[in-house]
Ligand binder design. Structure first.
Ligand code: A2P
Length: 276
């Protein structure tokens, strides 16, 4: 496998298992299966994204797979993530269904979507999926520091990623520090606050100052906080806009100004309100 060598080094993050992951991806949460999802993925690949993030629970893996195939981009140049739906029993079994829907032999990253029923029960099944070569890397999502540490304590193959809600307004400093301590990459979902943070006064004022859009400022903040970021959009011009974040830098003052938007108190929790 060539392993995303076509991307420049600054767009890749080396994970603790040695695999490399593009720091920008397209998230397809809440994108309905079908044309809308296929288009979003195709536009992202056209715009240079090489990382797509889906999940069993999203119900759109088949569209992601169709778009991947029709894009003509070689499979080994695209980093593909899916997530184990933890209402099911066996991650190793469920990934086989994901692979069928996606039309691929393996995913690049397979993560437990949320710690329903406890943080460790599903991990042996994740490790089985990894051993069988169905997932090149394995990780978790929506895990707090203590949940992450429980998995690490129980694991033979430790998680390499924790995907959590993360933005200047949800700047989970304690959780980010724990991830860094354990060599787990933090992946930021809802980096635009599902759109809400785009209108924040501090964000719009920095955007004006640096002559960028609010979305670009929020995404750039994530990159400069050393996280991987997966904005969602179904509009071609926004997908393109969200990829133009590698050609400018926020100053230390701008970063601190954004840091101050945090409403989590620098928490080690992954969610303020849980749905499980
Ligand atoms: P849409 O999909 O209609 O383009 P998040 O990534 O935090 O979940 O945010 C996703 C939300 O932000 C979606 O509602 C998406 O709308 C919107 N969005 C994504 N990128 C942009 C952008 N560049 N400008 C404005 N809105 C955006």
């Amino acid at each position: 496998m060539s392993d995303q060598y076509v991307l420049p080094a600054e767009r890749l993050r080396e994970l603790s298992d040695g695999n490399r992951m593009p720091v920008l991806g397209l998230g397809v949460w809440q994108v309905p299966d079908g044309r809308e999802c296929e288009n979003a993925v195709l536009w992202a690949l056209e715009a240079g994204y090489r990382h797509i993030d889906t999940a069993q629970a999203y119900g759109n893996e088949a569209s992601v797979g169709r778009a991947l195939q029709s894009s003509g981009v070689p499979r080994d140049e695209v980093f593909l993530t899916t997530k184990f739906y933890p209402a099911r029993k066996d991650p190793a079994e469920e990934i086989e269904r994901s692979l069928e829907r996606l039309g691929v032999d393996q995913v690049d990253l397979y993560i437990i979507h949320w710690p329903q029923g406890g943080s460790t029960w599903a991990w042996p099944g994740m490790e089985r999926a990894h051993e069988r070569g169905h997932a090149r890397s394995i990780g978790v999502s929506n895990f707090s520091t203590s949940e992450l540490e429980q998995v690490i304590g129980a694991a033979s193959t430790p998680p390499v990623v924790n995907q959590v809600q993360f933005s200047p307004v949800e700047y989970r400093r304690g959780l980010l520090a724990a991830c860094e301590r354990h060599d787990v990459a933090l992946e930021a979902y809802s980096p635009l606050g599902t759109g809400r943070h785009l209108r924040d006064r501090a964000v719009t004022s920095i955007a004006e100052r640096v002559d960028r859009t609010s979305a670009q400022v929020l995404l750039r903040w994530c990159l400069q906080r050393d996280t991987i970021v997966i904005p969602k959009s179904t509009h071609q011009e926004r997908i393109e806009e969200n990829a133009r974040i590698f050609d400018f830098t926020l100053s230390d003052e701008e970063m601190s100004e954004l840091d101050r938007l945090d409403q989590t108190g620098g928490t080690e929790e992954a969610r303020e309100r849980k749905w499980w």
